[in-house]
Each structure stands twice: as structure tokens, then as C-alpha cells.
Write a protein that binds this ligand. Structure first.
Ligand code: NAD
Length: 266
């Protein structure tokens, strides 16, 4: 299996580890198992949590602060990485970053203030462009960038609010950026994950009810796990998916293909 993936000795930037529950942490574990060397970007507010995880994964070669809220703080991650790893280029970039201020969920979308909307859009959507722009000099030819999205980008999910707009924009960035960097052989794809209990998800009102609903109605009659998402990320990171770019791949136990819940027939 590890031989098939052809990832041994490759390097990956991974952004979005905040706790053991983070989707990005499951991706780290899968990449590490495949022999990938990891360079993590962490948000300072999660520093102590992230550093506790460090000892669990010898594949982690370095940690550098990353705050995608500003261009300068995004660039500084890559400056620090290149100082510590001269000449090293990464083959994979995992962008598992999402954030919206509390007000985005507490107020009806019609009344959310501009600055809060802009923060959600900058961090959850436009940061993909920001990360890729600064990463490009440090990406090996044929690299694979993977971002994380949610199906509220195209359909109404109560309480997801401004994040729905952010995910729609993120998926559009995925397509646009894949066309921009594609001629040089770089790939950009999105994984649309079903709901998973994580720190970010805990901020979404009624999240437990969404989990219950998906478990009852998804074709597989279950929710997905971080490991389900990590499996697809591993495939997208590897040359097994070499012809795939600009796509949004649903890892959601099939929920996104349903429209009318099965239980109306009961
Ligand atoms: P998480 O809370 O573990 O991860 C969110 C990450 O975003 C954290 O590591 C945090 O540090 C990072 N982040 C937030 N603001 C940042 C900033 N300014 N600079 C740098 N990093 C910043 O939660 P998660 O659920 O693992 O989220 C990862 C991604 O998956 C997000 O994009 C989320 O929207 C997406 N997603 C999650 C679910 C779900 O149900 N959990 C479903 C679909 C998509």
C-alpha cells in the first residue's frame, strides 16, 4: 500500500491542526504512515495543544506559527520554513482552515456586519489563495493542494450562515486556482466532508441535530470520521489521483446525493 502511494520521503505543509479531533490531525497521521515528512503551521492560540501532539508523530519535522488573517503572517510561515529547511520543496499542502466570528452564527445573515463577513471570507475562503501564493516557490513540480469544504456551499443548511458563502467561495477558488497553476502541473482539489465533531464544528448551533439527521438519512446510515476524510486526502495527495484537479469530492457517507429523507415513508 505504502509503495503504491509513492509518498515516502515527500514533504507536506499541513495547516489546520488545533486538537486531536482536527480533520488535519487525521490527515497528518495518514500522511505520516505513508512516509511523508510534515511541516505544520499552527495558530498561536492552539500552541500548547498542538505541541502536546508533536511527540505522537515523529514524522513532524517542524512547527511554525501561521495566521492567515494577514498576508505578512502567512508569508512568515514560509520564510521560517525555508530558513530551517533550505532547498526543501513540498509536494503536498493541506489547507484545513475555517473560522467565522461568533456574530456570524448569532445574528440572521441579513444583519451580520461587514467586518465579520469579511473576516469569515478572508480566513475560510481567500486564505487558500494567500497560502498557495506564498507556498508556490516552495512547492515541487506536480504538487497537490487539498482544502476542506462543506456542502452548505450549494444547499441550505440552517445555522451554517456566513460560512455557506465562504465555502462557496472556497470551492470557486479551488477551480480558479487549479486552472492557474495547472499548466505547471500543480493540482488543487477540495474535499467536502460530512459533519464531524471538532473544535470548529462545536461553534455551529444545532450541530448535534445535524449529526443525528445525517446518520439517519445518509445512504451509508452513518456519519463520516476524520479517518474517512484522511483516506481521500491521502489519495488526492498521491500520484494515484494524478489526473484529478479542480474537483470537489464528497466524503459524506453519500448524504449529498439525497433530497427527500427516507423516513417520510415510515
Ligand atoms: P478544527 O477546529 O480542528 O480546525 C480548524 C482550524 O482552522 C484550526 O486548526 C485553526 O487553528 C485554523 N484556523 C482558524 N483561523 C485561522 C487563522 N487565522 N490562521 C490559521 N489557521 C486558522 O476543525 P475542523 O473541523 O478539523 O476544520 C478543518 C476544516 O474542515 C475547516 O475548513 C472546516 O470548515 C472544514 N470542515 C469541517 C467539517 C466538520 O464538520 N468538522 C465539515 C466540512 C468541512
Amino acid at each position: 500500500m505504502v509503495t503504491m502511494l509513492r509518498l515516502k520521503g515527500k514533504h507536506a505543509f499541513v495547516f489546520g491542526v488545533a486538537s486531536e479531533d482536527s480533520i488535519a490531525w487525521a490527515i497528518c497521521k495518514s500522511l505520516a504512515e505513508a512516509g511523508v515528512i510534515l511541516h505544520l503551521g499552527f495558530q498561536k492560540r492552539f500552541m500548547s495543544r498542538v505541541f502536546k501532539l508533536k511527540d505522537q508523530l515523529p514524522a513532524i519535522a517542524g512547527f511554525y506559527p501561521l495566521d492567515v488573517a494577514t498576508d505578512a503572517d502567512t508569508k512568515s510561515f514560509f520564510d521560517e520554513f525555508s530558513k530551517a529547511n533550505p532547498g526543501i520543496k513540498a509536494d503536498i499542502m493541506i489547507h484545513a482552515i475555517g473560522f467565522a466570528p461568533r456574530e456570524c452564527f448569532d445574528r440572521p445573515i441579513l444583519f451580520v456586519d461587514d467586518d465579520k463577513i469579511n473576516t469569515a471570507m478572508t480566513i475560510s475562503a481567500n486564505s487558500l489563495q494567500r497560502c498557495l501564493k506564498h507556498a508556490l516557490p516552495y512547492l515541487a513540480p506536480g504538487s497537490s493542494t487539498i482544502t476542506l469544504t462543506y456542502a452548505a456551499s450549494t444547499r441550505f443548511v440552517p445555522s451554517y450562515g456566513i460560512m455557506s458563502m465562504a465555502k462557496a467561495a472556497l470551492e470557486c477558488w479551488t477551480r480558479e486556482l487549479s486552472c492557474h497553476v495547472g499548466p505547471e502541473g500543480h493540482r488543487v482539489n477540495a474535499i467536502s466532508s460530512g459533519p464531524i465533531q471538532t473544535l470548529a464544528a462545536s461553534g455551529i448551533p444545532g450541530f448535534d441535530k445535524i449529526l443525528e439527521h445525517v446518520e439517519a438519512n445518509a445512504p451509508l446510515r452513518r456519519n463520516v470520521s476524520q479517518e474517512d476524510v484522511a483516506g481521500t486526502a491521502l489519495w488526492l495527495a498521491s500520484p494515484l489521483s494524478s489526473g484529478v484537479t479542480g474537483q470537489c469530492i464528497h466524503v459524506d457517507a453519500g448524504y449529498s446525493i439525497t433530497m427527500v429523507p427516507s423516513n417520510i415513508m415510515e
